[in-house]
Design a protein around this ligand. Structure first.
Ligand code: HAM
Length: 430
């Protein structure tokens, strides 16, 4: 026996066969439409980048544990992009002179991260990225939160199905230093601890806190701060709140779009103020659907010009789980709307001519590539999801006619060849 290679894709990556691809195309098509309604323009970029841009910008977890790196034949160290943000920062920096800021851009790249595959986590995911560059106005936060609601609403989700949990890293820093008594040196480690707060057992958290040097009392206070919700704001100094866009959002008519949650910090290194994640309210999906935040200067690797921004990534895996859980996945589209069937093999050419007229009228049409008897072909047309067939018989054809049949109602009409597209359209819209 010869040894065959496996047909399964590489662990943590997926094949998308046509039925699944059809569902995805409908879902993402809807999302592009909603995003473009806000004036965002789509861009794209290479899947390979210099490894350095992630090591400098993405933070420890991505750089040290998740990056797929390679060396090209010229000895350059490259990486498969684990996220789009450093690439788009490079593009914005490189084209800053010709752009009219603020810029609204979106993309839909595939991203690679070496993670342990599990529910909501794979090694190649597709991530919609939406960012506004060149503004620090709180209107950006509001626009981003409105867009998130419209994207999920556009897919049929109601407000009770998801929650946008938002925080400001500066508010949290202030709470940690002023209320909990964390030192400046301890801050990064306490942030990392907060990021794990919901994933770890209490004992493990307490042990980590002790390692950082927090007392038992400080650990309890930290727990109180993280659970405080908006009440925490009362304890923070006015100058910190005055500088926070998130506080402005909470005081605006957009406040209802988010839930202030001091526990959201995000793992990525570049966020400097607002951070947010969107979660399914259904307990089986506990991974974030969207993750994002505001950065005061993402382009510093590439240009001295300071370019702030705010944006998010939304992954396909968690989105599909969300839609499935809430019964919001669309049906796959049929292969074709109509099939033109020649009754005898000699009429193959005639069938192709009829199919061409249907296609010109915008009807998705196929003709059999191999001749089969009418009964067999009707069964195959049904299976392919066609809702109409055009039967080309010798006598009909000699008289300039064909027979159009609805596979839904079984209604059948004999019409001239010229009238076939209109008749099929009528049957399809019935
Ligand atoms: P992130 O939180 O690392 O942010 O990823 C954003 C979203 O991508 C996650 O909420 C999740 O839906 C999806 N995602 C990430 N990793 C995986 C994975 N291994 N498997 C499946 N889905 C995954 C970023 O990447 C930021 N660059 C987003 C951003 C854009 N911030 C500002 N602009």
């Amino acid at each position: 026996m010869p040894e065959y290679l496996p047909t399964a894709p590489y662990r943590g990556t997926r094949d998308f066969l046509p039925p699944e691809m059809s569902v995805r195309t409908q879902v993402f098509g809807k999302l592009y439409e909603v995003i473009e309604r806000y004036g965002f323009l789509r861009y794209d970029g290479p899947i390979l980048e210099s490894a350095e841009i992630y090591e400098a910008k993405s933070g420890e977890e991505i750089a040290n544990q998740q990056l797929y790196t390679l060396t090209d034949r010229g000895g350059r160290r490259l990486a498969l992009r684990p996220e789009m943000t450093p690439s788009v920062a490079r593009m914005i920096a490189g084209n800053a002179g010709s752009l009219q800021f603020p810029v609204r851009w979106y993309s839909h790249p595939n991203c690679h991260r070496y993670e342990r595959p599990q529910r909501g986590r794979v090694r190649e995911h597709w991530q919609i990225n939406v960012d506004i560059f060149g503004s620090t106005s709180a209107s950006c936060e509001i626009e981003i939160f409105e867009l998130i609601h419209d994207m999920l609403g556009g897919l049929g989700a109601s407000e009770d199905m998801f929650v946008v949990r938002a925080n400001d890293r500066n508010l949290l820093s202030s709470a940690l230093t002023d209320v909990v008594g964390v030192t400046q040196e301890q801050l990064p480690e306490v942030f990392a601890l907060v990021d794990r707060w919901e994933k770890y057992e209490r004992e493990k958290l307490a042990a980590s806190a002790e390692e950082i040097g927090l007392s038992g009392n400080q650990f309890d206070k930290l727990g109180d701060v993280l659970a405080a919700g908006t009440a925490l704001l009362d304890e923070l100094p006015a100058h910190v709140k005055d500088g926070s866009n998130l506080v402005k959002v909470l005081g605006s008519s957009a406040a209802g779009l988010i839930r202030f949650d001091p526990m959201i910090v995000r793992g990525l290194a570049y966020y400097t103020s607002t951070v947010f994640e969107v979660f399914d309210t259904s307990p089986e999906n506990n991974r974030a659907l969207f993750g994002g935040g505001a950065y005061s200067d993402l382009a510093s690797l590439f240009t001295p010009q300071q370019i702030p921004g705010i944006g998010f990534g939304m992954g396909d895996v968690t989105l599909m789980d969300f839609l499935q859980t809430h019964g919001l996945l669309p049906q796959p589209r049929s292969e074709v709307d109509a099939v033109v069937i020649p009754v005898v093999e000699e009429l193959g050419d005639a069938a192709r001519q009829v199919a061409a007229t249907l296609r010109r009228a915008g009807i998705r049409t196929s003709v059999p590539l191999e001749y089969r008897k009418l009964g067999k072909e009707l069964g195959r047309a049904d299976k392919a999801g066609a809702r109409a067939v055009v039967i080309v018989g010798q006598e009909d054809w000699d008289a300039g006619n064909v027979t159009v049949r609805s596979l839904v109602t079984r209604e059948q009409r004999q019409v001239t060849v010229d009238a076939a597209p209109t008749t099929v359209t009528e049957l399809l819209t019935d």
